[in-house]
Write a protein that binds this ligand. Structure first.
Ligand SMILES: CC(C)(COP(=O)(O)OP(=O)(O)OC[C@H]1O[C@@H](n2cnc3c(N)ncnc32)[C@H](O)[C@@H]1OP(=O)(O)O)[C@@H](O)C(=O)NCCC(=O)NCCS
Length: 180
């Protein structure tokens, strides 16, 4: 299969990114987040979030990359260089449509995120927070060689305390380092 094109997302993509995230959260977090939020509020909440974020991000400090096929967005990833920099760059979002899971899109986006970090900030590690009960994502990150470096209950999608784990990866290239 030909590699799926990965393109920078812009403010014009805010609605598509928000819809994809809402669809992915509904599919992934049912039972973990309140039904009322997932059924009625998640789309507007995500649209407000992405409209603000895509209107204001600095392209040299933030990456939002979309995977597009036949004009449809099938996945996206977001990386923030300045969120908890002691752990490196934060992979802040990685979502693939439920229908496209297992087709290599998540892997392509994940690798592109790591390549971007190595290019714009050589020697920088990568970290992310993953909901502890999100078994599918945790298996994916385990397979990508991530190390769980801490657990914490964090605010997530308006929920005050959701158990999460932090994954960490050393820089893609350069001297080996260990997690702080
Ligand atoms: C987690 C998620 C992004 C993974 O994306 P995906 O597109 O389903 O995953 P892929 O098809 O790329 O990868 C699946 C497997 O193939 C492997 N793979 C895919 N392409 C590959 C390639 N070219 N070379 C090597 N391995 C590859 C992956 O390592 C993975 O291995 P595994 O089956 O042993 O786990 C996806 O399940 C998702 O969107 N989940 C819902 C949202 C979510 O939970 N996001 C994370 C929030 S923290």
């Amino acid at each position: 299969m030909a590699p799926i094109p990965l393109l920078p997302a812009t403010l014009q993509d805010a609605q598509s990114v928000a819809r994809l995230q809402a669809q992915s959260w509904r599919s992934t977090y049912r039972g973990m987040l309140p039904d009322d939020y997932l059924d009625h509020r998640v789309v507007d909440d995500r649209l407000e979030y992405w409209t603000t974020r895509l209107a204001s991000f600095a392209p040299d400090r933030t990456l939002v990359l979309k995977a597009v096929s036949d004009g449809s967005m099938l996945g996206y990833v977001c990386v923030l260089l300045d969120e908890e920099p002691k752990w490196g760059a934060r992979l802040d979002n990685l979502h693939v449509t439920p229908e496209s899971k297992g087709t290599g899109i998540g892997y392509a986006l994940f690798q592109a995120a790591r390549d971007w970090i190595a290019r714009v900030s050589p020697g920088t590690p990568m970290h992310l927070w993953c909901v502890e009960a999100n078994r599918v994502a945790r298996r994916f990150y385990d397979r990508q060689g991530g190390t769980i470096v801490e657990s914490a209950s964090r605010s997530f999608a308006g929920q005050p305390s959701v158990p999460e784990v932090r994954y960490w990866w050393p820089p893609l290239t350069g001297p080996a380092t260990s997690a702080p």
